[in-house]
Design a protein around this ligand. Structure first.
Ligand code: NFE
Length: 480
């Protein structure tokens, strides 16, 4: 008999997401993923001066603000026909890279880990570690909610492992907060940095600023190398079955990003379809609307026949593509990530719940290494910005192909005489969480289908939750 299980909203994510599944003989046979909110930033920006967009677009999201600012200024720089001085590019990388690491930390420890560890075990801690005593009393006093009450399921329950993960859960919050202060030094403030303009970064950078950033980066790297990666590897060792659960079409897409002073990218751009690596061609990207609450001109239409999501359905030559760290490594056929997967008997970089979790941890290691090197490129006393006339009545088009924690990001601005006439964003979570179109399920819909369902109740399946959260959902971004 077919059982319908609907989870609305999905917890521990950004935004409002609904997952509907049909379950037959303990396996998901069909899934629908619906974004249940509308943001309207593309419309909000119409008629404004294009430079405003770098400030306003950061407000799309509560977790990945900086990335929208960067993509937006990259588009503006095409319109203004300028490139920032090297120092501006270095600072931009230092902001973007550290931000992405903190975003991955938030995801792993605070959003995803409660899917695996039963933190209620830590409530019975009776040893002498004051940090664990605090955590125990906090969990006891917090009632059933938040991280304190895993239901039935195959959770990690051995005490030593839970204690260690619980400590890291809270340490990750501290690291994230310290890293945010490092980002604020460079960006003026966080969230929503305002030193970011077309042409570079306005912040005055001193030796003291660089030292403080370096200090924060060292602490972050220490945590990433000694806690994040080992913890992610431990989850992978304990749950190897998740290398076979949550597989998408294995079609991937990534932008180039983090170019060093010698012109080499940490990640190159590309697309993989049917196992074949191709050059990314923006003209092949289309957002389909047949299952989304928009009319054919892209205006909101909550009555559209057949629609079930506020997220659009991006397609590349008709294919849904997975984006994110696994896509970046797959497109680059990354040797380091391949050898990490090889420890688990995986011969190649393929899509799965666990490869997504490992990819974030490993990408954080790589980003830390990159940032140590990249920050050495900063030249004290040299300009960080090539200023432009921020009120100029500019006309033109610009596309910012940038990168976010969750994948490839595009901001496409059209301006006429100093006013935005069209603003289009194609956002990572839109690729992953978009609905079906032309008979093809969306990326996450495909990933959920086939998931074995053993644990959980009306609140949702434990296994489906793991698959969905492995994508680090952001509905705020996906509907923008
Ligand atoms: Ni709101 Fe975002 C990231 C962007 S996801 S989190 O990373 O862009 O689409």
């Amino acid at each position: 008999m077919t059982r319908i299980l609907s989870v609305d909203p999905v917890s521990r994510i950004e935004g409002h997401l609904k997952i509907e599944t049909e379950i037959d003989s303990g396996t998901v046979t069909r899934a629908r993923v619906a974004g249940n909110m509308y943001r309207g930033f593309e419309r909000m920006l119409l008629g404004r001066h294009p430079v405003d967009s770098a400030r306003i677009a950061q407000r799309i999201c509560g977790v990945c603000h900086e990335v929208h600012g960067v993509s937006s200024v990259m588009a503006l720089e095409e319109i203004y026909k300028i490139t920032p001085p090297e120092n501006g590019l270095v600072l931009r990388d230092m902001i973007l890279g550290l931000h992405i690491i903190t975003d991955h930390l938030l995801h792993f420890y605070n959003l995803c880990l409660p899917d695996y560890a039963d933190f209620s075990v830590a409530a019975s801690y009776s040893g002498s570690d004051t940090r664990l005593k605090d955590i125990a009393s906090w969990i006891r006093n917090s009632g059933t909610g938040f991280i304190g009450g895993a239901a039935e399921g195959d959770y990690i329950r051995d005490k030593d492992a839970v204690y260690r993960l619980a400590l890291h859960y809270f340490e990750a919050l501290k690291i994230r907060s310290e890293a945010a202060s490092g980002l604020a030094l460079l960006g003026g403030k966080v969230p929503f940095i305002h030193a970011l303009l077309p042409g570079g970064i306005t912040t005055e950078i001193t030796a003291d600023t660089l030292m403080k950033y370096y200090h924060v980066l060292e602490k972050t790297a220490d945590f990433v190398n000694n806690s994040f990666l080992p913890d992610a590897l431990e989850i992978a060792r304990r749950y190897p079955q998740y290398f076979k659960i949550g597989e998408t079409y294995n079609t991937f897409y990534a932008h180039s990003s983090f170019k060093n002073s010698k012109g080499a990218n940490l990640f190159n751009a590309g697309v993989i379809i049917n196992g074949e690596r191709k050059t990314f061609d923006y003209s092949k990207v289309k957002e389909l609307l047949s299952a989304s609450f928009y009319d054919n001109s892209g205006r909101p239409d909550e009555n559209r026949q057949g629609a079930y999501s506020w997220i659009k359905a991006p397609r590349y030559e008709g294919f849904p593509l997975e984006v994110g760290p696994v896509a970046r490594f797959a497109v680059n056929n990354d040797a380091g990530f391949k050898s990490l997967l090889a420890k688990f008997g995986r011969a190649d970089i393929t899509s799965s719940t666990m490869s997504r979790i490992l990819a974030r941890a490993y990408e954080s290691v790589r980003l830390c290494n990159y940032l140590f090197e990249r920050s050495e490129d900063f030249r004290l006393g040299e300009p960080t910005i090539r200023p432009v006339d921020l009120q100029a009545p500019v006309t033109g088009q610009g596309v910012g192909f940038s990168v976010a924690a969750r994948g490839a990001l595009v901001h496409h601005i059209t301006a006429e005489k100093g006013k935005v006439t069209d603003y289009k964003m194609i956002v990572p979570s839109t690729w992953n969480f978009g609905p079906a179109a032309d008979g093809k399920a969306g990326v996450v819909e495909k990933a959920i289908t086939g998931t074995p369902v053993r644990f959980g109740g009306e609140g949702g399946s434990v296994e489906v939750g793991r698959v969905v959260r492995s994508f680090d959902p952001c509905t705020a971004c996906s509907v923008h």
